[in-house]
Write a protein that binds this ligand. Sequence first.
Ligand SMILES: [Zn+2]
Length: 324
Amino acid sequence: MSKYITFILFCMLMSFSCKQAPQANNTVEIKVPAFNADSAYSYTEKQVSFGPRVPGTTAHDSCGNYLAGELRRFGAAVTEQKATLHLLDNSPIAIKNIIGSFQPENKNRILLCAHWDSRPYADHDQDSKNWYTPIDGANDGAGSCAALLEIARQVQTSQPAVGIDIIFFDAEDWGKPDFPVKDKHYGNWCMGSEYWAKNPHVLNYNARYGILLDMVSGTNALFFKEEESTRQASHVVKKVWEAAQATGYEAYFPNRPGSGIVDDHLQVMKYRKIPCIDIIQTNPESEQGFASYWHTLDDSMKSVDKKTLQAVGQTVLYVLYKEK
Ligand SMILES: [Zn+2]
């Protein structure tokens, strides 16, 4: 059984045409599936249960197969894009971007994306003994993919007017550790998205716009208007923040500018010229700009909050189903 929420939009039809008589029915109803945070939470747990998803590990392989399998189960046409990239010491890493497409024949497309790998270092952990330990990445990785899996499940039940591509980017979190390192066994940020943006799964791939989710399941999360999103894709920022208002989740989306973040959306905009925003949890009050559990061993299931998943998931669904 699927649940829907009906949102009534009050449209100022009068303002569009002064020659027309005012119309009696000046409301538009849009039917939006109800996002299920319990299911998104369970998809988060499942990914974390494999262990840290660091490229080259069994946990990474197993989780990649799980994510592709779930997208297939929800009716998407799935492409597994594999590549060998290199760290700065030239050691190879095998990566896999996972793409699920709904209504592939539809020319009007929206791109939703998140990274599915988890950071190989807990470089912001208070205890330096943990710095070389890979993190669970429950919020930084798993939660965002989980929100997109739940959106995929809803899209299967009732298709919106637009085609949807969901991309799980690999190797986002391989940037240089924030502690003195002896060798160059690290890579760059956003390696998987850079590869996809330069080598899209469909020749000349295009979409109306993209929405990147990163760290959208954490406790006490706030989503500010990320600087590059506002600079390069302000109309998408406007859509999403209005959707948060319409769905009643505006408390999670303050109408305030946030700092600029190096993230996968920049690759999408740079190499594919698709306006793409980043919904990302930041904390302007903290020294690093992120939540206290960011890039620490505390980014585990205990830092995941269903209410945050609900706020972001419902907001994004609203945006998708409002599209014509
Ligand atoms: Zn990260």
